[in-house]
Ligand binder design. Sequence first.
Ligand code: HEM
Ligand code: HEM
Length: 292
Amino acid sequence: MAGAGTQTQRRRTSTHESFWRHRGFLWAKLSTVTCIAIVSAYLIDAPHVRPGPSGGTAMGYVLGTIGALLIVWLAALGIRKRVITSGHYSLKAWVSAHVYLGLSLIVIATLHTGFHFGWNVHTLAYGLMLLVIASGAVGVWAYATLPNALSDNRGETTRKQMLAQIESLDEQIHEAAQPLPRDLAAIVRLSLEHTDIGGGFWRRLLERYDDCANLEALDRVTSAKMVAPQEDAVVLNRIEELMERKAEVLARARRQMHITALLEAWLFVHIPATFALLAALTVHIVSVFLYW
Ligand code: HEM
Ligand code: HEM
């Protein structure tokens, strides 16, 4: 019970759990006020610029500069995350600001363009920015929901305990199979030697284990049991039971790894798209100055 209590406590104070409401939604409020101010300024300015709002007007330059600085600052979170400072609270503030100021970019960058889009590197930068923001939103969803899914699936058992359970079941299966003849022992070895608990990232992410060696062995044990002599059938019965238990623990361990993989997957879009965005943005800014 004490362990469960500590775990809940740890979850409550974790960076990922509550960054979105950090200091009474401070960054959400600041970000909303900024967006309202920018939209108001744009609406006041727009009727007076000829031929119309665009990235090339004074307002366009101001918004473009704010947007670009913001993007560089948001991208710096990757560096900030790896620098250890006093406790995780300061990091929590960073992530909170990151999320809300990141979202405000939708308003800032869209108004910067004056709603001009085309098949060019400028719109590529804009599209990449939206991709980074969308993947960030998926990340927020993942951090908000998946830790609970993880602990629900785990119940009282830790990942280490699940692996220990599989190991112990393997030992029992090995022990039980001793009296079996060579051909039946080969089926048992299939489960013992060829069961892949997790596998590569994609396998864990997609939770695809149709070809699981333990399941295959279980299938074969069930069929062999029907035709085996009485004394072997008793042994196979016991092995079948153990393999079924192993299949259950495997399913839970794999679900655990699947959820952990989901927790990482969005970053595989968020981080590379950030680099691509920085590159496209550099080209955009250099090119508008070159062709000015
Ligand atoms: C220092 C920062 C920036 C500067 C100086 C800048 C400059 C400009 C200029 C001068 C234009 C007008 C180009 C034209 O009318 O031909 C423009 C348009 C545009 N900018 Fe920026 N920009 C900056 C940041 C950004 C950011 C952060 C984004 C989005 C990620 C962005 C996306 C666009 C788009 C999509 C257009 C419209 C292109 C079109 O007309 O097809 N810019 N920018
Ligand atoms: C153009 C805008 C953005 C850029 C350039 C950007 C970039 C980054 C970078 C470089 C990291 C660090 C990743 C790492 O090293 O592990 C990060 C983390 C993160 N970003 Fe963004 N991001 C942007 C917008 C957003 C938005 C709008 C959201 C949410 C709606 C978001 C949510 C997150 C989250 C939740 C993290 C993880 C923080 C943590 O691990 O504690 N990002 N982002």
